[in-house]
Design a protein around this ligand. Structure first.
Ligand code: TYM
Length: 342
């Protein structure tokens, strides 16, 4: 029997999700789930990743359900049998495989992970938990347990994806063909019809990615922002003093970011959008058009959020978690056998 192609992604459930998460992580897999009946679509909540940094225990359950609702509001079709949504901590094989892969992961390689370096430098090495250091191994387990082929993620997660490929290759060459190797980042991009993975920038500082953990919320459009708040953020976005609109990521990163946002929310081609505004000197008019497109999206998205039935989510989670435990345990057993534990 031909193996199904597997698409898998997850979004951490700590803070409110923003439009970068939506465009980089949610939208590609939701589009795939709607258009593809043959592949297996796994969208999961990495709740064990949520406890890596400080968090409020009393709010975690709500955050997990809100996280799932975001994908449903984005159009994830719950009724399709090839679509699975599940919570990582409900599938113990994730943690088990993480320990095993830890034993084959290099300290040096993990020390070079950009996210670890940035966050540990900011907090001070002695103030970060081992979980932050170890996190790419858990992410590799999330991917490798299900024979995943494609992992749609934003640009910031590409290094972790490459780590998953590297540990899988290392493991296979030592113990035989146990893991499916997820596609290279280049193949991912072309499968999702992009030249490179998406990186939506902070509206106030377009040299940085839009991020949940940014100190100022002025540069971040959250999916639950009221449309007039989102509009104000876009209207005050940092641009440049060049005076003419152009798509140039080096010289005009702010404008280019707004072009990207407009393109992905309006479903038009890059060329179509750019040719409409290129050469114009009317920055405010351009920003206002971007705001229109984003607000239109937010209004519909938030309406969808308000109409989601919790019981439908619980039913889907229970169905998916039963099935995913079977798949994950099967893979875990083959790993345990290969390394001599069984
Ligand atoms: P997380 O929760 O930080 O981000 C979720 C998704 O959003 C993407 N993203 C962006 N895309 C474009 N522009 C941005 N500014 C932007 N900011 C975030 C991220 O790339 C990601 O796709 N480690 C993961 C969660 C995870 C995971 C996995 C993902 C755990 N296990 C296995 C895929 C497969 C994370 O923290 O993503």
């Amino acid at each position: 029997m031909k193996q199904r192609t597997v698409f898998l992604t997850g979004l951490r459930a700590n803070n409110n999700l923003h439009i970068g998460n939506y465009l980089g992580g949610i939208m590609p897999i939701v589009n795939m789930a709607n258009s593809d009946n043959d592949s297996q679509i796994n969208l999961f909540v990495p709740d064990l990743h949520s406890i890596i940094s400080d968090y409020d225990t009393s709010k975690l359950q709500t955050a997990i359900f809100d996280n799932i609702k975001n994908s449903i509001a984005a159009g994830l079709p719950l009724s399709k049998d090839n679509v699975y949504i599940y919570r990582q901590s409900y599938i113990p094989a994730h943690s088990e495989l993480t320990w095993i892969l830890d034993c084959f992961s290099g300290f040096g390689e993990l020390s070079r992970m950009i996210e670890f370096k940035e966050k540990s430098e900011k907090a001070g090495k002695s103030n970060v938990g081992v979980g932050l250091f170890n996190y790419p191994v858990l992410m590799a387990s999330d991917i490798l347990l299900y024979d995943t082929n494609y992992v749609p993620v934003g640009d910031d997660q590409r290094q972790h994806l490459e780590f998953a490929r590297s540990i899988a290759n290392k493991f296979n060459s030592k113990f035989g063909e146990i893991f499916v190797i997820p596609k290279s980042t280049k193949e991912h991009d072309s499968n999702f019809e992009r030249d490179q993975a998406l990186r939506i920038k902070d509206l106030q500082d377009p040299s940085k990615k839009m991020s949940k953990s940014t100190e100022s919320e002025k540069g971040v459009i959250f999916l639950n922002d009221k449309p007039d708040i989102a509009r104000a953020k876009i209207m005050s976005a940092t641009t440049d003093s060049i005076g003419t609109i152009n798509y140039d990521q080096d010289k005009q990163p702010g404008i280019s970011n707004l072009f990207d946002i407009m393109q992905y929310f309006s479903n038009k081609s890059h060329d179509e959008i750019v040719s409409k505004y290129k050469g114009s000197t009317k920055y405010a008019e351009f920003k206002s058009d971007v705001a229109d497109v984003v607000c239109q999206f937010l209004i519909q998205f938030q309406k969808n959020m308000a109409n989601i039935d919790n019981q439908e989510i619980i039913d889907k989670l229970e169905f998916s978690e039963a099935e995913m435990n079977k798949q994950a345990n099967k893979k875990l057993l083959s790993v345990q056998k290969a390394i001599g534990l069984r």
